[in-house]
Design a protein. Sequence first.
Length: 227
Amino acid sequence: MGHWDDERLEAGGGVRHVVWDWNGTLVDDHVAVVAAINDALASLGLRPIDSHIFRTHFTRPVQRFYEQVASRPIAPGEWQTLDEAYHDSYSAWVERLRLAPDALEALAAAEAAGLTQSLLSMWRHRDLVPLVERLGIGRFFLRVDGLHVPGGGGKAEHLEAHLAALEVEASAALLVGDTLDDLAAARAVGARCVLYDGGSHHRSALEATGVPVADTLTAALAAAARP
């Protein structure tokens, strides 16, 4: 279950609660995401991208990402078309999605360390909850939150509301995610953050932030345990 001392996680960083990101973190969906993006781009007659371009340009708001890869502005009506096409395509992958290789190990390790845990995703809540249950990890979480209304904005306000609902102080929380937006959200509310190299950005972009970057989810917990 990883070579680290459970007690260090709280002693080293004051962490008592872990907020896990979903897409690209606990669930391994990089292939599905790129495929769904390409289906969305095709709905507007735009050229497809590959994983390298995705990692180079991925950002939030998501509309800005599409504008970068399209090399032109995206009109409001086009954004709705893109968003619907993306989710329709991604939904076709859901039954094939699996957890990250050591997700169960990491969740069990955090539990063994006496930490509470929750899940915060920018994916649709109505789709998120059934998948979490199907993959057998719902029992680990005090709370599971996805998006209740359509949107491609940043995560900060959602993290703030998530922690408030849990009655968890941001200073006692660790966010484990795979995007620069996860880090921006953690910094905005005053939580700690470890970035997991799950495929949303090039490793160099993650490392340039100065926060710990981990290759596995258990390593992310170990990084958080360091003073």
